[in-house]
Design a binder for this molecule. Structure first.
Ligand code: NI
Length: 260
């Protein structure tokens, strides 16, 4: 079975076939799915989905590009919702300087990233970190707040192999998805070989980032097979070994998720 550690099935792109698609996952080898919140509305939909499907769990948190949704009230909601047995992580949270160029808004991103990291510490849940074009500030902030005490995953990892090793040293997992199948993903392929298999999680970030041979189409967890195959080929191990290891890794990190 494959553990899908990062999906957005609340997305509108799944409105037409969400129910049929999610109902077909177990039969297609996808045993567990974490649906991850992005804005506040998506977090509320995530809670619903996690209660609707046995194999879907949820993460709640506000994405750096959606921090307009954050205030003391939403923070309080996140804190309460973290007690829900189906909610297993805080995320996705972090920094995104690719979409945000304004230095004052970047300050605000850092403020809310820190607040949500502290919230995860308080409620004893792992974090799902989104970091794009913000490598230096992400690592700096994580060091300042002693992120090594807060378990988590750096999702859709897009930095250097050296940086992957820094995160691994802090105990973090590295989320690897469809990008690894792209021809030009040289750095990511290298990172996937250099870090220990015990620190890798499989993820899609669907509906985005479909792997080859489905690049450009709507993504779903069913495509994780291609990601597992690529990691196996790069590391010279079997696909089965990749599936088993990443399954165990995800259960270790998301400890509220029930085993099969
Ligand atoms: Ni995402």
């Amino acid at each position: 079975m494959i553990f899908e550690s990062h999906a957005h099935y609340d997305d509108r792109q799944f409105d037409a076939d969400r129910e049929a698609l999610l109902a077909s996952m177990a039969a297609n080898g996808i045993g567990r799915i974490i649906n991850v919140g992005s804005d506040f509305a998506a977090c509320k939909r995530t809670v619903e989905l996690a209660h609707q499907y046995d194999d879907v769990y949820g993460a709640v948190g506000i994405h750096p590009s959606e921090i307009k949704d954050l205030c003391e009230e939403t923070c309080e909601w996140l804190k309460e919702t973290a007690n829900d047995p189906r909610i297993v992580a805080i995320g996705e949270i972090g920094l995104d300087y690719y979409w945000e160029k304004d230095p004052r808004e970047r300050d605000r991103q850092r403020y809310w990233f820190r607040r949500q990291m502290e919230l995860a510490r308080q409620v004893s849940l792992p974090v799902i970190i989104h970091s794009r074009d913000a490598a230096e500030d992400t690592l700096k902030l994580m060091r300042e707040i002693h992120a090594e005490q807060i378990p988590g995953v750096v999702h859709c990892f897009s930095y250097s192999p050296e940086l992957a090793e820094e995160y691994v040293k802090m105990g973090y997992y590295i989320g690897i998805g469809g990008v690894i199948t792209f021809k030009n993903a040289r750095k990511l392929k290298e990172a996937a070989v250099r870090i220990p298999l015990e620190h890798i999680l499989l993820e899609t970030d669907c509906p985005y980032l479909s792997p080859e041979p489905n690049r450009g189409k709507r993504n779903s967890s069913l495509n994780l097979l291609y990601v597992a195959q690529e990691i196996a080929a790069l590391r010279g191990i079997t696909e089965q070994e990749v599936k088993e290891a990443t399954w165990k890794n995800a259960l270790r990190l998301f400890s509220k998720v029930k085993e099969l």
